[in-house]
Design a protein around this ligand. Structure first.
Ligand code: HEM
Length: 152
Protein backbone atom coordinates (compact mmCIF):
# COMPACT_ATOMS: atom_id res chain seq x y z
CA UNK A 1 0.00 0.00 0.00
CA UNK A 2 1.22 3.46 -0.83
CA UNK A 3 -0.15 6.98 -0.71
CA UNK A 4 1.51 7.58 -4.11
CA UNK A 5 0.37 5.98 -7.37
CA UNK A 6 2.70 4.71 -10.11
CA UNK A 7 2.49 7.90 -12.11
CA UNK A 8 3.35 10.06 -9.08
CA UNK A 9 6.22 7.74 -8.17
CA UNK A 10 7.60 8.06 -11.69
CA UNK A 11 7.25 11.85 -11.70
CA UNK A 12 8.94 12.19 -8.31
CA UNK A 13 11.83 9.80 -8.98
CA UNK A 14 12.56 11.01 -12.51
CA UNK A 15 12.66 14.68 -11.50
CA UNK A 16 14.63 13.96 -8.32
CA UNK A 17 17.23 12.15 -10.44
CA UNK A 18 17.91 15.51 -12.14
CA UNK A 19 18.49 17.17 -8.76
CA UNK A 20 20.65 14.30 -7.50
CA UNK A 21 22.88 14.58 -10.56
CA UNK A 22 24.13 17.90 -9.13
CA UNK A 23 23.23 17.81 -5.46
CA UNK A 24 25.92 20.25 -4.33
CA UNK A 25 24.83 23.05 -6.70
CA UNK A 26 21.17 22.50 -5.92
CA UNK A 27 21.84 22.36 -2.17
CA UNK A 28 23.66 25.68 -2.25
CA UNK A 29 21.22 27.32 -4.67
CA UNK A 30 18.21 26.21 -2.65
CA UNK A 31 19.59 27.69 0.59
CA UNK A 32 20.55 30.92 -1.15
CA UNK A 33 16.96 31.11 -2.44
CA UNK A 34 15.55 30.38 1.05
CA UNK A 35 17.76 33.04 2.66
CA UNK A 36 16.86 35.61 -0.03
CA UNK A 37 13.11 35.01 0.34
CA UNK A 38 13.12 34.61 4.14
CA UNK A 39 16.02 36.56 5.68
CA UNK A 40 14.26 36.18 9.05
CA UNK A 41 14.59 32.36 8.77
CA UNK A 42 18.32 32.73 8.16
CA UNK A 43 18.65 35.17 11.10
CA UNK A 44 16.71 32.92 13.50
CA UNK A 45 17.92 29.42 12.59
CA UNK A 46 21.12 29.86 10.59
CA UNK A 47 22.98 32.85 12.07
CA UNK A 48 26.20 30.83 11.65
CA UNK A 49 25.72 30.39 7.89
CA UNK A 50 26.09 33.34 5.58
CA UNK A 51 24.60 33.50 2.12
CA UNK A 52 28.11 33.75 0.61
CA UNK A 53 29.69 31.00 2.68
CA UNK A 54 29.59 28.65 -0.26
CA UNK A 55 31.51 25.86 1.53
CA UNK A 56 29.39 25.59 4.70
CA UNK A 57 26.08 26.45 3.11
CA UNK A 58 26.77 24.04 0.24
CA UNK A 59 27.70 21.26 2.68
CA UNK A 60 24.51 21.88 4.65
CA UNK A 61 22.46 21.94 1.46
CA UNK A 62 23.81 18.51 0.49
CA UNK A 63 22.80 17.07 3.90
CA UNK A 64 19.26 18.42 3.68
CA UNK A 65 18.67 17.41 0.06
CA UNK A 66 20.14 13.95 0.77
CA UNK A 67 17.43 13.53 3.41
CA UNK A 68 14.80 14.52 0.85
CA UNK A 69 16.38 11.92 -1.45
CA UNK A 70 15.88 9.27 1.24
CA UNK A 71 12.19 10.23 1.39
CA UNK A 72 11.92 9.92 -2.40
CA UNK A 73 13.52 6.47 -2.16
CA UNK A 74 10.84 5.35 0.30
CA UNK A 75 8.19 6.70 -2.07
CA UNK A 76 9.82 4.71 -4.90
CA UNK A 77 9.77 1.58 -2.72
CA UNK A 78 6.14 2.37 -1.84
CA UNK A 79 7.14 2.09 1.78
CA UNK A 80 4.86 4.58 3.55
CA UNK A 81 5.85 3.28 6.96
CA UNK A 82 9.55 4.07 6.41
CA UNK A 83 8.60 7.43 4.90
CA UNK A 84 6.60 8.39 7.98
CA UNK A 85 9.33 7.07 10.30
CA UNK A 86 11.94 9.17 8.47
CA UNK A 87 9.79 12.32 8.66
CA UNK A 88 9.14 11.68 12.35
CA UNK A 89 12.91 11.48 12.98
CA UNK A 90 13.51 14.74 11.11
CA UNK A 91 10.69 16.34 13.13
CA UNK A 92 12.18 15.16 16.43
CA UNK A 93 15.74 16.30 15.53
CA UNK A 94 14.47 19.68 14.48
CA UNK A 95 12.14 20.07 17.45
CA UNK A 96 15.29 20.01 19.61
CA UNK A 97 16.63 22.88 17.49
CA UNK A 98 13.44 24.88 18.16
CA UNK A 99 12.07 24.30 14.65
CA UNK A 100 8.28 23.93 14.54
CA UNK A 101 5.50 23.78 11.98
CA UNK A 102 5.93 27.38 10.82
CA UNK A 103 9.55 26.69 9.82
CA UNK A 104 8.58 23.50 7.99
CA UNK A 105 5.86 25.42 6.10
CA UNK A 106 8.48 27.88 4.86
CA UNK A 107 10.95 25.17 3.86
CA UNK A 108 8.39 23.02 2.02
CA UNK A 109 6.94 26.07 0.21
CA UNK A 110 10.34 27.38 -0.87
CA UNK A 111 11.57 23.92 -1.84
CA UNK A 112 8.58 23.53 -4.16
CA UNK A 113 9.19 26.97 -5.65
CA UNK A 114 12.87 26.17 -6.06
CA UNK A 115 12.15 22.89 -7.89
CA UNK A 116 9.71 24.64 -10.23
CA UNK A 117 12.29 27.35 -11.01
CA UNK A 118 15.36 25.18 -11.34
CA UNK A 119 13.83 22.24 -13.22
CA UNK A 120 11.95 24.50 -15.63
CA UNK A 121 10.36 22.53 -18.49
CA UNK A 122 11.62 19.27 -16.93
CA UNK A 123 8.95 19.66 -14.26
CA UNK A 124 5.54 19.35 -15.88
CA UNK A 125 2.41 20.62 -14.10
CA UNK A 126 1.71 16.98 -13.11
CA UNK A 127 5.24 16.70 -11.73
CA UNK A 128 4.70 19.90 -9.77
CA UNK A 129 1.51 18.42 -8.31
CA UNK A 130 3.30 15.21 -7.32
CA UNK A 131 5.93 17.29 -5.49
CA UNK A 132 3.22 19.34 -3.80
CA UNK A 133 1.62 16.10 -2.61
CA UNK A 134 4.91 14.80 -1.17
CA UNK A 135 5.71 18.11 0.56
CA UNK A 136 2.13 18.45 1.87
CA UNK A 137 2.39 14.88 3.19
CA UNK A 138 5.63 15.82 4.92
CA UNK A 139 3.87 18.77 6.60
CA UNK A 140 0.91 16.64 7.73
CA UNK A 141 3.25 14.06 9.26
CA UNK A 142 5.36 16.78 10.93
CA UNK A 143 2.22 18.33 12.44
CA UNK A 144 0.99 14.96 13.72
CA UNK A 145 4.36 14.19 15.28
CA UNK A 146 4.56 17.62 16.94
CA UNK A 147 1.02 17.17 18.33
CA UNK A 148 1.93 13.70 19.59
CA UNK A 149 4.99 15.09 21.37
CA UNK A 150 2.92 17.93 22.87
CA UNK A 151 0.42 15.43 24.24
CA UNK A 152 3.15 13.42 25.99
C1 HEM B 1 12.37 18.99 4.56
C2 HEM B 1 12.64 19.30 5.82
C3 HEM B 1 14.03 19.24 6.40
C4 HEM B 1 15.01 18.32 6.21
C5 HEM B 1 14.97 17.06 5.35
C6 HEM B 1 16.15 18.76 7.00
C7 HEM B 1 17.35 18.08 7.10
C8 HEM B 1 18.40 18.45 7.91
C9 HEM B 1 19.62 17.68 8.08
C10 HEM B 1 19.93 16.35 7.38
C11 HEM B 1 20.40 18.35 8.96
C12 HEM B 1 21.79 17.94 9.46
C13 HEM B 1 21.65 16.91 10.57
C14 HEM B 1 20.96 17.45 11.81
O1 HEM B 1 21.50 18.39 12.46
O2 HEM B 1 19.84 17.01 12.10
C15 HEM B 1 19.69 19.55 9.35
C16 HEM B 1 20.16 20.50 10.23
C17 HEM B 1 19.51 21.67 10.51
N1 HEM B 1 18.29 22.08 10.05
FE1 HEM B 1 17.07 21.01 8.84
N2 HEM B 1 15.85 19.94 7.62
C18 HEM B 1 14.56 20.27 7.28
C19 HEM B 1 13.84 21.37 7.70
C20 HEM B 1 14.37 22.39 8.45
C21 HEM B 1 13.64 23.59 8.84
C22 HEM B 1 12.17 23.84 8.52
C23 HEM B 1 14.50 24.36 9.55
C24 HEM B 1 14.26 25.73 10.16
C25 HEM B 1 13.47 26.64 9.62
C26 HEM B 1 15.77 23.66 9.63
C27 HEM B 1 16.88 24.07 10.33
C28 HEM B 1 18.01 23.32 10.56
C29 HEM B 1 19.12 23.76 11.40
C30 HEM B 1 19.22 25.09 12.15
C31 HEM B 1 20.06 22.72 11.38
C32 HEM B 1 21.41 22.70 12.08
C33 HEM B 1 22.44 23.34 11.19
C34 HEM B 1 23.84 23.25 11.80
O3 HEM B 1 24.00 23.56 12.97
O4 HEM B 1 24.76 22.85 11.08
N3 HEM B 1 15.65 22.47 8.95
N4 HEM B 1 18.49 19.58 8.69
Amino acid sequence: MSAFNDSEVHLLTSTWALVEADLSSHGLNYFQYLFTEYPEVQAKYFPMMSMNDVINLGAHGIKVLSDVGIMVRFVKEKNDLELVTKINKVTQNHCKKGVGLVGFKVVTKTLHEYLVMSLGANLTPEGGKAWKKLLDTLLIVVEQELNRKDAQ
